[in-house]
Ligand binder design. Structure first.
Ligand code: 6R9
Length: 650
């Protein structure tokens, strides 16, 4: 849906769901005054929330803000792995299930907090033995298997900085991230399972580590014999072999300063080069932990399932650090929702008695397409709260989710946030706020957001503009890895001291926020951020391509799909085979999620007289709209030609 279409739909959306009284009565946050008190003194609010963590050295300072650089709790020390795992081993949660893991082929494993702690300790000993020191970077390229959170927590325990690379990224993307982070170790697997097929992680890793700082590659055996991976003598070691030789003694958690970096996670921006988003230890954990209690109303009895991949921020925060720091039982699933059939997700909810389910609008739209008979055929009565994240949810998908999954009983928390924000920022507290299908509602307590015009002036209710965050918050990114200038420019370059997320938003008469989507050159495909420049660079990298322009067009299930307009070099003839080759080239350069939905050849791209590609026109073409103003074009005939070509295709 385009921004205009979305605005049109949401202006007609008037349904409202007040918070359920029974839910409110049991909610962690049931006193409305929290919004006001947190707004009046956010530092006090966050200092209170920080008490839910275990500190080695308590903090006395709360916030130091020299815009755009924030320090939170900066004289405190703590360890993230201790907070996520070990502290629960010292309580009656010791034998509580921490991770209920289900593999795609149907195998499963349960780790209690105590068992998880022992695994993390062994992995921490292993990292130490491999020479990993505090502050070193460890790259992790794993499927959704238990070793992934274990490896992350082991890094946290020894004070190393992890950078997880989603298993769907190509060898080239993995390499870029390894090089930028200057990683010393890579942890990967022989292969991963996806819809019964194999993802050749180790083969990609072998290509990626050539000529990088990686000294050792630790390989988890997930698939075994069929994986077709080989080991490089002197460089590669098997995880299980090394772990077997580790001492069974506790590993003393490295005392980390609150502001020490916990991890780097790369995300797409408006240039071709992904940004290494840097998160701190304490602030990030405070944000993750607080939102578990506020937005997700977490209780000791809950079974929490976030369907994201840990390779994205949603998985970092709501599979690993949030749930574990709150002592939650979480479900982690390795595979696809339609493997071996379309009942898989609902079977998992039934089987483990999931109480809180958190997924993406694109998945909900896929379930809608498959038909409501599928979820309706299952007993989902264990559910009590549901969430969505990753992209704007269209009201129809919200209603479907409400009706056929939540059976009209479960509040829905639509959570707006980003890799950069660390945790949910705009979302209803389910016991307190009425929800409206399609709106992420209002900022959570302690967070100040606004919708402003180009001059930074707040818009009046009933108007739209740029979403901004006006005050620092604990889990905000601290910088872009080794590029502080880019950090300052990208996020604080427009309005001094005000964080600009890059989303458009509409403010309604009740001060509810309706996110309209990205206002920069970032496309949101199935909830994944992809920079148009990255895809353009990948295309231009192909010898046949002279020039490429990439846009996101509305797509029923994915939210947005990638359309590429390509001009070829002289002498190259265009064909369907070339289209297939170019798509594959993008997959190899970036990963499968960046594969263009369609590629159109153009004799020329529409440009302004100052040679800027007019993407707006390309979007109009791809979405079949009447063309906007073409008077600034250097050669107006270019778009007409493209338009008729596009229509022929359909
Ligand atoms: C958590 C995550 C961030 C971008 C963000 C926005 C979009 C995320 C949303 C949403 C509308 C929501 N987005 N949640 N848009 N409603 N509930 O997705 O992080 O991968 O960094 O993407 O996703 O456009 O700016 P990330």
């Amino acid at each position: 849906m385009t921004e205009a279409d979305r605005l049109d739909t949401l202006l007609r959306e008037h349904r409202i769901f007040p918070p359920d009284e029974t839910f409110r009565a049991q909610a962690n946050f049931k006193d409305e005054s929290i919004y006001q008190s947190a707004a009046e003194d956010p530092e006090h609010y966050w200092a209170q929330q920080a008490q839910y963590l275990s500190w080695q050295q308590p903090f006395s300072k709360i916030l130091e803000w020299e815009a755009p650089h924030a320090k939170w709790f900066s004289d405190g020390t703590l360890n993230a792995a201790y907070n996520a795992v070990d502290r629960h081993r010292e309580t009656n949660r010791k034998n509580k299930a921490a991770i209920i893991w289900e593999g795609e082929p149907g195998d499963s494993k349960v780790f209690t907090y105590d068992m998880l702690g022992r695994e993390v300790d062994k992995a921490a000993h292993m990292l130490r033995q491999l020479g990993v020191k505090k502050g070193d970077r460890v790259a992790i390229y794993l499927p959704m298997i238990p070793e992934l959170p274990i490896a992350m927590l082991a890094c946290a325990k020894v004070g190393a900085i992890h950078t997880v690379v989603f298993g769907g990224f190509s060898a080239a993307s993995l390499k870029d991230r390894i090089v930028d982070a200057d990683a010393k170790i890579l942890i990967t697997a022989d292969a991963g399972w996806r819809r019964g097929g194999l993802v050749p992680l180790k083969q990609n890793a072998d290509q990626a580590v050539v000529d990088t700082s990686v000294e050792k590659v630790v390989v988890v055996q997930r698939v075994g014999e069929n994986a077709q991976s080989s080991m490089v003598e002197g460089r590669d070691v098997y995880w299980h072999e090394l772990i077997a030789t580790m001492p069974h003694t506790p590993f003393a958690p490295e005392p980390m300063n609150a502001e020490d970096t916990l991890f780097i996670l790369y995300t797409s921006g408006t240039t071709g080069k992904p940004k290494g988003i840097v998160h701190s230890t304490a602030g990030y954990l405070v944000g993750a932990n607080t939102s578990m209690r506020s937005v997700f109303d977490i209780k000791d009895e809950d079974v929490f399932w976030c369907t994201a991949d840990i390779g994205w921020i949603t998985g970092h925060t709501y599979i690993v650090y949030g749930p574990l720091s709150a002592g939650t039982t979480l479900v982690m699933y390795e595979g696809a929702p339609d493997w071996p059939n379309r009942h898989r997700f609902w079977e998992i909810i039934e089987k483990y008695g999931v109480t809180i389910f958190y997924t993406a609008p694109t998945s909900i739209r896929t379930f809608m397409k498959w038909g409501h008979d599928i979820p309706m055929g299952h007993d989902l009565s264990s559910l009590r709260l549901m969430g969505t994240v990753g992209e704007p949810i269209n009201p129809e998908a919200w209603m479907w989710y409400h009706e056929y999954v939540g059976r009209g009983r479960c509040p829905i928390v639509d959570t707006w946030w980003q890799t950069e924000t660390g945790c949910a920022m705009i979302a209803p507290l389910p016991g307190l706020l009425a929800t409206k299908p399609g709106s992420a509602t209002k900022a959570v307590p302690g967070i100040s957001v606004d919708v402003v015009d180009e001059n930074g002036q707040s818009v009046a209710p009933g108007h739209g503009g740029y979403l901004v965050i006006t005050k620092p918050w604990p889990s905000m990114l601290r910088t872009v890895w080794r590029d502080d200038e880019r950090f300052q420019k990208t996020y604080f370059g427009q309005l001094p001291g005000i964080y600009l997320p890059g989303d458009g938003a509409h403010l309604d008469e009740d001060q509810y926020i309706w996110i309209l989507g990205r206002i920069d050159d970032v496309i949101n495909v199935s909830g994944h951020r992809i920079g148009t420049m990255e895809v353009e660079s990948a295309l231009v990298d192909h010898p046949a391509v002279a020039e490429a322009a990439v846009i996101g067009r509305a797509h029923e299930v994915k939210g947005q799909a990638i359309t590429a307009f390509v001009t070829v070099k002289e002498g190259v003839s265009t064909s369907d085979a070339l289209i297939a080759e170019l798509k594959q080239h993008v997959v190899e350069k970036i990963g499968a999620m960046a594969r263009p939905e369609e590629i159109l050849f153009a004799a020329e791209l529409p440009k302004t007289r100052s040679a800027k590609i007019m993407r707006r026109l390309l979007r109009d073409i791809a979405e079949g709209r009447a063309l906007g103003d073409t008077t600034t074009l250097a050669d107006p005939s270019v778009v007409e030609a493209l338009k008729s070509q596009y229509q022929d295709k359909e």
